[in-house]
Design a protein around this ligand. Structure first.
Ligand code: ZN
Length: 193
């Protein structure tokens, strides 16, 4: 599938919005990605994640790990496609941790995946966490890389689509300056039609 075909699936599910948005960080942006709206359809999740798995299969991982919550479904579906296990890390008092009795054998090859990679920070935190637990990270993946490929991870990586989405400080936001009203995605519940 091409980047455009992937992005079309996101648009069809209202998961890629174009306009003027206030991100949870407070920054403004002209595009907003809400992967949960794509992943709510298991068949679509399975299809997208099997595409991602195909790009990472050669790395030979036996575990797929992801940061909770956003990455859990992606790890699960990528692991299903690869026939390996999936686990997730979660934040406890600000630190990424491996809980719930998940364990790794020493040197076990691991893929770290996310739904959307923005700066790569949560991927890097997850990589560190599973390496502290004894695993060896052999690659990383995301459905959408919105860093334009700039996030530096130090391992082979793959994404289904790469976007370069700019974030703006509100004071410098060109969309604010042109008078387009800003919206906060997800703050309103949409009623079924
Ligand atoms: Zn703005």
């Amino acid at each position: 599938m091409t980047d455009n075909e992937i992005l079309q699936i996101f648009r069809e599910n209202s998961a890629l919005l174009e306009g003027h948005f206030i991100l949870s960080s407070g920054l403004h942006s002209d595009r907003y990605i809400q992967c949960a709206l794509v992943l709510q359809h298991p068949k679509v999740a399975e299809r997208l994640c099997s595409e991602l798995a195909a790009k990472l299969r050669h790395l030979g991982a036996t575990v797929v790990a992801a940061p909770a919550l956003g990455g859990i479904l992606v790890a699960h579906e990528v692991a299903r496609a690869l026939g390996v296990r999936a686990l997730f890390t979660e934040r406890q008092e600000g630190n990424m941790t491996l809980r719930r009795g998940f364990s790794l054998t020493p040197g076990e090859p691991i893929l770290v995946v996310e739904d959307v990679m923005t700066t790569g920070l949560s991927t890097r935190e997850t990589m560190r966490c599973v390496e502290e637990a004894g695993g060896k990270v052999v690659g990383a993946g995301a459905l959408i890389d919105r860093s334009g490929g700039a996030a530096d991870l130090g391992v082979p990586r793959a994404a289904l689509a790469t976007l370069s989405i700019k974030n703006y400080n509100p004071a410098e936001c060109p969309l604010c300056q042109s008078g387009v009203p800003a919206v906060k995605p997800g703050s309103r519940t949409k009623r079924p039609a």
